[in-house]
Design a binder for this molecule. Sequence first.
Ligand code: PMP
Length: 443
Amino acid sequence: LSTNQALLNTQARRESNARSYPRRLPLAISEASGVYVKDMEGRAYIDCLAGAGTLALGHNHPVVIQAIQQVLEEGRPLHTLDITTPVKEAFVDELFASLPESFAKRAKIQFCGPTGGDAIEAAIKLVKTATGNRSVLSFQGGYHGATHGSMSISGNLAPKIKVQSLMPDVHFLPYPYRYRCPFGLGGEACQQVSSQYIEHVLDDPESGILPPAGMIFEVVQGEGGTIPAPVEWLKEMRRITKERGIPLIIDEVQTGIGRTGKMFAFEHAGIIPDVLVLSKAIGGSLPLSVVIYDQALDVWDPGAHIGTFRGNQMAMAAGAATLNYIKKTQLVPQVEGLGKQLVDQLKALQADIPVLGDVRGRGLMVGVEIVDSTQLPDAIGSYPAHPELARKIQKECFHRGLILEVGGRHGSVIRFLPPLTITEKQLTEVVNIFKEAVWATYQ
Ligand code: PMP
């Protein structure tokens, strides 16, 4: 039987130098069930990465497996381009029934290539076509993918610098990141000044912003460091874009389908986007992505947005089963409670562990800012980021059987993204392992 190391060695020899997760999580996964994965040597880990948020119901949930089996047993086609099928029809029914009614009533859906980045590309093309404008308003620290277009509108400069010639005319606006407020302001002042500033630059002809094709953001920045945008700020962005006729694209690739304690994160603010981008959990663990948009934006000519893999029937069946299960078991309100438990338990550690600079999240999308508490805090009481310590904590957690991701603009935010089906007891275990790992790492 092969060991973890044997598989990692072959992987290192054959796969691209771009591989990332295996460097920080050096295992080969041999089996998986629920919140657990097992490596080649039979060690179990609690998986709080969950396919980067894809596995809403955990690994191999029976309803997902059954939905996939049904497609196979009934002799359904596995792939149909964008030709319709009963499986597709059932998926769209479930999805539209999960949207706020006022959005569903006016919604059109476009199936995209299987990844989040594919759907982002589609969303950008759509609003450019609809408005005839070419500039895009995006946000500092946002993440939308690794294709040319999606990378262009993502905040992180490091990968862009190496590629160049990306989409021009992308304007990065300040996201209301309270712990590291771009304006050096604490609390609500941060979000207030952010929205005032945005309104100002949009109206000032001297700010050099060409008429925008659209504004795009995540309701909770994921890769950027698990940063929830305050509800008031979200409402302001909706007002500002509506008043100026700018289509609002909300990227819910990571936050969608119950993750934040609402079916869609924009519901926290009671707003409706013009374009909604979904992927990850929407395919119930299998690759699928869609854009859903207001019918007023349905301006594409036939064939204006195409692509071969838009017809993965197993993904649609798995996605429909996931949505159905989430609704039937009322999982979304449970996620809210579980998220609160996780945040409370992590916050309780802060008094004894000063390197836990900020604990924040919405639902089961929670982040802990690892800081250098030996330094002086800045004017709003925030300490410098400590990415090395964050990595050490991640490694220590891994050795203790807990898989966590590290992200954020400075690489210093430990990110908790467990399956939505995690239990209170398992969450407590997650916090206990995390606590022990932090104690063992931080002296
Ligand atoms: N948008 C958001 C908010 C994401 O979190 C991600 C993936 N982490 C993407 C887009 C890109 O999705 P993909 O990796 O499937 O292209």
